[in-house]
Each structure stands twice: as C-alpha cells, then as structure tokens.
Design a protein around this ligand. Structure first.
Ligand SMILES: Cc1cc2nc3c(=O)[nH]c(=O)nc-3n(C[C@H](O)[C@H](O)[C@H](O)COP(=O)(O)OP(=O)(O)OC[C@H]3O[C@@H](n4cnc5c(N)ncnc54)[C@H](O)[C@@H]3O)c2cc1C
Length: 389
C-alpha cells in the first residue's frame, strides 16, 4: 500500500461528496464512482441546520452557500385548517445560539458548490457498482460496464438502495412507511402578487382532519431572492409499487389529500405547474456498518423518514466523523470503522426514531441536541469504550 490509502467512494450524493472533499483535502487518494451521467439541478429543496454548516465551515464554502440559499426570517408551525401559528421556529436567533444560521436551498445548487471543492475528475460518472471482490493485494470494484478498479478502502455512500450495504448484509429492500411525499419546485412569480406570510412553514394536521390520519405540508423558498418556491409533504398512502423511486403525480391526488387545508396551502398547490410523488422509505438500524475495509454512511446505513429534515445532515455528519476516524487510524481501517460506528450509532438511531414519529419541533422545545452537534470535534468513541457502557 502507498503512504496514503486509495479510497473509493461509491455515490456522489451529499454524504459521498462531503467525505471525498474532507479526505482529499487531507491528501488522500480519492475517487468517487457515481452511476448518474453527471450532476444535474434536479431534485428537491433542502434545509441545512447549524450542525451541517459547521462541517461545511471546514470545507470553506459557507459564504458561497449563504449567497445562494436563504436564511429564513420566519418559519412557522401552523394548524392545517385555521392557520393558527403554533410557534415560529426562527423566533430564537439561531446564529446567536449556535454560531451559525440555518439555510434552505436547492439541493442541486448545494451539490454543485460542494463538487467545485473537489479536484477536477475526482467524480467518475456513469459508473454503477456491481460487485466488490477481494484478491491478494487489494479490493476490486466491478462496475456494470465491466470496468474494474482497485482500492484500499471502499466507502458506500450509495443511498437507500445501497449496493454496498447489500454486499455487506445481503439483499433486503427498505421498508415502505405508508407515506409518500408530493414535491414541486417552481418560480415564485407563479403565485402572482400573493406571497405566504413567512419564508417557510409546516402545516400540521390533527384529529379534526376528516381522514384523521397524520399528514403535513411544508413550503419554503430555495433562493436568497425568494424567487423559487418548493413544497414537500408527508401524505398517507397505503401502497407503493416497488422498483421506482418517483412517479409524476396529479393535482387531483394532492388536492384530495389536502382537502380542507387552509387557503394558503391551496394557493401554493394551485400554482405548481407539475408535481411528483416519492415513497418515504426507512430501515431499522443495521447490525453492521462495516466489514474489513468496506464501510457505509448516510442513507446506505440509516435511511429515515424526512420529517426532521436531518437525513442528509446525518450523511454529512457521518462523512465528517468517518474522515476523522480514518485520519486517526494509522492504517488499521477495521478499527477506524468500528470507532466511526460507535461514535455515530446512538445519534443516528435516535434521529431515525424521532423522524419516524414526526413530532420534532411541532411545539417549542430545545433543539440543541440536534443543531449544537459538532461532527468535527465530537469525541470519538472506541468500540471497547462503547461496549463498556
Ligand atoms: C421528500 C424528502 C425530503 C427530504 N428533505 C431533507 C431535508 O430537508 N434535509 C435533510 O437533511 N435531508 C432531507 N431528506 C433526506 C435526504 O435526501 C437523504 O437522507 C440524503 O440525500 C442522503 O444522502 P446520501 O449521500 O446518503 O445518499 P443519496 O443522496 O441518495 O446519494 C446516493 C448517490 O449514490 C448513487 N448510487 C446509488 N447506487 C449506486 C451504485 N450502485 N453505483 C454508483 N452510484 C450509486 C446515487 O445515484 C446517488 O447519487 C429528504 C428526503 C426526502 C425523501
């Protein structure tokens, strides 16, 4: 092996790219293999709390992100039909409390800012991992185009249907939660002269809703100029046909689901030119996060309902902690990966659990345990220390 290990990262999502930047900036030999043909500005909005920006501070890209995304002036929790404001999450000045603000932005914009921090050519597109093999002298990655490469460490950052997870643990499809997300992004001028009363809001149903099933509607701007609107929902839907990650949805479907919701919600739905529908999937905590020189992070490891807005945040925090463990490993990657799991498992499991419940921030509470976390300085826990607890 060279001085620096050859690290192969599977998946150029937010977790994979963050890990790649941190490891590359520390002088490691990094290649990211991504099945897509390139990075595109498609997808969704994303909320980035101080816990995420704290990691991005080390990549030195927070100013760039602040120039694109919006620091919300207000983000309201509202009652689905009356519009009553339960509380304004932004009432507390997070910048003062946590040293960093919270941003909302387009996921594609975030990924392109991050990707610019990588050396050109680091991401190899059109590379879909098929298998991992071990032969004397190294680990081979085989891609669907029959291309083979060797690596000393493999990081599976390949999302909810992770091939790397499957190679470690066997095929096991994620669990459909019985909820879908309707999503749309469109220019805010489609709303005409009207604008919502806050930069963002989550509208919560309660048991006065005719269908008496938990559902919510979230909207926020994606840009500093407030010229791009995004909405995303958590909507009950008993079945999901397997095998597809999203389908186009109709206005009729979403209108039926959000019947009786406040006129502001109806206006935001009415202005959408098109929308899509995504299954909300999750997994129970995995019994194993790594074997030998292969490890998983982010959705490959602990996918969750998106109801705390912390799925990508957990992938980014994982990347930071994994980076620190690899740097401190002195070549013993098995022990580094065990340290990474021991440091992360309690937090990611609790966030999976609370995301499933969908009660986070409905009522005033202290978010310090989520937003105060610093993945770049949190003490690393050795496996033996964890076992002793
Ligand atoms: C409706 C919805 C709203 C959400 N909102 C938020 C939010 O506001 N804030 C937040 O923090 N999180 C949010 N999340 C969660 C977040 O999207 C995920 O947790 C996050 O994207 C996980 O990042 P990742 O890097 O682990 O995986 P991904 O982003 O899924 O990236 C995986 C990458 O791996 C690639 N890949 C997959 N298989 C292979 C293969 N075999 N070979 C090569 N490449 C492969 C994929 O193409 C992809 O680029 C939301 C999720 C949903 C569904």
């Amino acid at each position: 092996m060279n001085d620096k290990p050859r690290i192969a990262i599977i998946g150029a999502g937010l977790g994979g790219v963050t890990a790649a930047i941190l490891l590359q900036q520390a002088g490691n030999d990094i290649a990211v293999y991504e099945q897509a043909p390139g990075l595109a500005r498609i997808g969704a909005g994303i909320g980035l709390g101080p816990n995420v920006l704290r990691v991005f501070n080390h990549i030195d890209c927070v100013d760039q992100l602040m120039n694109i995304g919006i620091v919300q002036e207000s983000n309201l929790n509202r009652v689905w039909d009356t519009g009553e404001v339960l509380w304004d999450i932004r009432k507390q000045n997070w910048e003062e409390v946590f040293g960093l603000p919270s941003l909302t932005m387009h996921r594609g914009d975030l990924l392109s800012v991050l990707a610019r921090s990588l050396r050109p050519g680091t991401i190899k597109f059109d590379k879909q991992l098929l298998d991992i093999g071990h032969r004397l002298g190294g680990t081979q990655l085989l891609f669907t185009d029959q291309h083979e490469v060797e690596a000393d460490i493999v990081i599976g950052a390949d999302g909810i249907n992770s091939k790397v997870r499957e190679i470690l643990l066997g095929y096991d499809p994620p669990i459909y939660t019985g909820f879908v997300a309707f999503r749309s992004i469109y220019p805010a001028n489609r709303l005409g002269d009207w604008r919502p009363i806050s930069d963002g809001a989550k509208w919560w149903s309660d048991d006065r809703h005719p269908a008496q099933e938990d559902r919510h509607f979230i909207h926020y701007y994606l840009t500093k100029q407030r010229d791009e609107m995004y909405f995303v929902t958590g909507s009950p839907s008993p079945d999901w046909p397997g095998g597809v990650s999203s389908v186009p949805a109709t206005k009729e479907e979403i209108k039926t689901c959000y019947e009786g919701f406040h006129p502001d919600v109806q206006r935001i739905i009415d202005a959408a030119p098109a929308l899509s529908k995504w299954p909300l999937l999750e997994r129970n905590p995995l019994p194993l996060w790594s074997r030998d020189n292969v490890v998983v992070l982010g959705d490959a490891c602990h996918p969750m309902k998106p109801h705390m807005g912390q799925g990508a945040a957990m992938a980014i925090e994982d990347a930071a902690v994994l980076f620190r463990c690899i740097q401190s490993a002195d070549g013993n990657f098995d022990s580094a990966f065990k340290m990474y799991r021991a440091t992360r498992i309690e937090r990611t499991t609790e966030i999976q659990r609370q995301s499933h419940e969908n009660k986070w921030m409905k009522h005033p509470g202290d978010p310090t345990w989520v937003f105060g976390y610093d993945a770049m300085t949190v003490p690393l826990i050795s496996e033996t220390a964890q076992a002793a607890v």
